[in-house]
Design a protein. Structure first.
Length: 172
């Protein structure tokens, strides 16, 4: 039983959540159950460690840019409607890294087609390495933000591209 004023709760994967006497909250692995997370692995933990190390974030084109997001790159094949280049605050528009027009129209941001879209888009990225290479180079030198125009923050090409870049850069 934890001492008074301090409680601990186990979460998935052996991670504990504790509240110290000072009132601060902490996440961590218990010392006797600690495990080494290898970047580039298939687990969600490895992806989180790699993303924190690489600092690749996502931002919607219609939201105002933040101060601490690093270099911003528009990764849509189509320019977002009604937004100027100054309002986006982007370094570069990498339209070739976005999904092809045929794939984009087929997907139509339908969540039921998400898994198939992910596989097809990854195949396109594998075939077109020179399109995503500038992003990989920029991510090695500092934080970057992938800017997208889709309404759905969980089902868009920037999510797939971020995961793809993390895998490629962690494998090297």
């Amino acid at each position: 039983m934890p001492p008074p004023g301090r409680w601990t709760r186990r979460c998935g994967g052996g991670v504990i959540f504790s509240r110290a006497l000072s009132g601060e909250y902490r996440w961590g692995l218990p010392k006797k159950h600690s495990r080494r997370v290898r970047p580039g692995g298939n687990s969600a933990d490895a992806r989180l460690v790699a993303m924190k190390k690489l600092q690749i974030s996502l931002a919607r084109a219609y939201d105002p840019p933040g101060d601490d997001q690093g270099a911003r790159y528009l990764v849509d094949r189509v320019w977002p409607r009604g937004v100027t280049k100054q309002a986006l605050g982007i370094e570069q528009w990498l339209r070739d890294v976005g999904p092809t027009t045929a794939l984009r129209r087929w997907f139509a941001h339908d969540p039921e087609r998400w898994n198939e879209f992910t596989q097809r888009y990854r195949a396109e990225l594998d075939a077109n390495a020179e399109a995503w290479q500038p992003l990989a180079d920029a991510a090695k030198h500092g934080p970057i933000t992938l800017v997208y125009g889709a309404r759905d923050p969980e089902h868009n090409q920037a999510v797939v591209l971020r995961d793809y870049l993390v895998e490629k850069l962690s494998a090297r």
